[in-house]
Design a protein around this ligand. Sequence first.
Ligand SMILES: Nc1ncnc2c1ncn2[C@@H]1O[C@H](COP(=O)(O)OP(=O)(O)O)[C@@H](O)[C@H]1O
Ligand SMILES: [Mg+2]
Length: 311
Amino acid sequence: MNENSIDESKDEVTEENDLDLSEITDESEDFTTDESEDSIADDSEDSTTEESDLGLRENLAKKMNIVLAGKARGRKTAKDVFDKDKVLEAVFDKSTVMILSRFINNGIISYVNGAIGAGKESQMYWAVDPSGQDLAVKIYLVTTSNFKKRYPYLIGDPRFTRIKRGTRSLVELWAKKEFRNLSKSFNFEIPCPEPITVVKNILIMKFVGVNGVPSPTLVESEVDYTDYEKTIEIISDLYQKAELVHADLSEYNIFKTENGPVVFDFGSAVDIRHPKTKEFLERDISNITRFFVKRGLTVDNPIDVFKRVTK
Ligand SMILES: Nc1ncnc2c1ncn2[C@@H]1O[C@H](COP(=O)(O)OP(=O)(O)O)[C@@H](O)[C@H]1O
Ligand SMILES: [Mg+2]
């Protein structure tokens, strides 16, 4: 996980300019098929690549306790393998299945415990790591056509200058961008989910919530003035310490936890050198202001907040 570790150094422009998508592919990494001890005993031989793939996928299917894949669990007939395979492919494309298999083989996750939810562009899963810790697995859909609207959040960010064409490239870049934003924020101790790794279109982070149920977001919670203050503090620390603007901040992308607000969904966040920083920051502050006012609180003038944050 070295190249994607959360310990990324400062975002030097030069380093960032080097971000070529080919660098983040790591297909050369070994794919252990089913030699691992917890692999599924399969009656068939794994002599061909295709059969190895099937082994991997059965391994994954076996460990994915998702509703659809769960049906054939415990049985190992050829038909089951086929069915599970088909089901998995209906849910995820082949590459996604392979990456998930690798996460399992590498011990990053033990199993996927269920779906948390699906948006237009991503699906979120609850997974568990070998030590029993809950993880959130965000899988960006490669088939989406909505990605064009993300260009404004990429173009102009000095960290991302070499942007390849094609939906898959863009989706992978977006996942990578979310991971970098999350890592930077986390390193500056801004309350956010702890990032674990990103490979292609799959981002793994620590789970915020209990027993597979995410903490409620602000919109789902009772809120008070302290929540407002802490949210503004997050905006301010993001800007001043991490040099980021979230750019998609609202009551839907902030959890309310017992330790206060925790911000997430960092895909849109931009480096403050982005030309639209001012516009994005104003919008974030105005969204937050509007929400707390709607909840009956008396809050600061958003123009003053903007000045304070950017002073
Ligand atoms: N780290 C996490 N732990 C637990 N649940 C999460 C985590 N991150 C996101 N979620 C859940 O998944 C939902 C969608 O996540 P989000 O990152 O906002 O995706 P989208 O980009 O589709 O809006 C959130 O509303 C939240 O309920
Ligand atoms: Mg969101």
